[in-house]
Design a protein around this ligand. Sequence first.
Ligand code: GDP
Length: 295
Amino acid sequence: MFDNLSDKLDKAFHILKGHGKITEVNVAETLKEVRRALLDADVNFKIAKDFTTKVKEKAIGQDVLTTLQPGQLLVKLVKDELTELMGGEVAGINLSGNPTVILMAGLQGSGKTTFSGKLANYLLTKKNKKPLLVACDIYRPAAIQQLYVVGDSIGVEVYSEPENKNPVEIAQNAIKHAKANGFNVVIVDTAGRLAVDAEMMDEIERVHKAIQPQETLFVVDAMTGQDAVNTAKTFNERLNFDGVILTKLDGDTRGGAAISIKSVVNKPIKFVGTGEKMDAIDVFYPIRMAERILG
Ligand code: GDP
């Protein structure tokens, strides 16, 4: 994961490790390399610039050059800042509703259906919940079918109304069904499009308003880099979502989305998807991710 970024950061810190006496110039060069590494990882320019400015201020504030191991201290400052950038604390999921309603939003292909299954499986096996999966895609029968395959594989019931073309009604009926049958979490998988369009946004907004979910989760493919961040912005403006799910972190992603999405939308990454299987889900820990990036 993020091998390229890790390699480049490692090289950046070599500048410091190679010198007997470390000067201000060495530190400035290192931070320039750090910034370049972030930009190469598809982190937005302003975020990368602010990042190195903050680290530099801290380095000056802590008199890095006068410490015994300035290189190590600088690595620590970078790690702390990366952790902060990705959200600081781990963000939990709000399961307070009865039933808890979770709305999944995102583009087609982002991994919504797969993640709905993973989350249901996680809540069933790790949190002792009884989840219901809801198929709210009224355009693609194959999407409903896919959710049944997912539900079957983890032993979770799927609710659908293939004849009904009103996603608001389907979602509302599903919640009634859940209440009547003892389900305490309802995960609503919605229709996505290949790109942001007005109809999709209107539809998800209507569903959102009607069912008032405890958690609205925006699912995005980490491999799409800056596009992921821009799509997040658009969805957040319409839905004011509660958290981000970054999928396909097992793929060849450069890391930009993971690093910058929190500071752009000011919403935490809650989970990551790391594969196609139902157990390939991880709670997102900013500090662990920063440690991983810095190797
Ligand atoms: P949806 O259109 O948003 O519902 O997306 P899907 O759930 O159908 O996922 C699209 C494709 O991405 C499928 O082939 C999934 O198997 C794959 N996929 C989803 N999540 C992950 C992940 O975390 N890692 C990998 N490698 N593939 C994933």
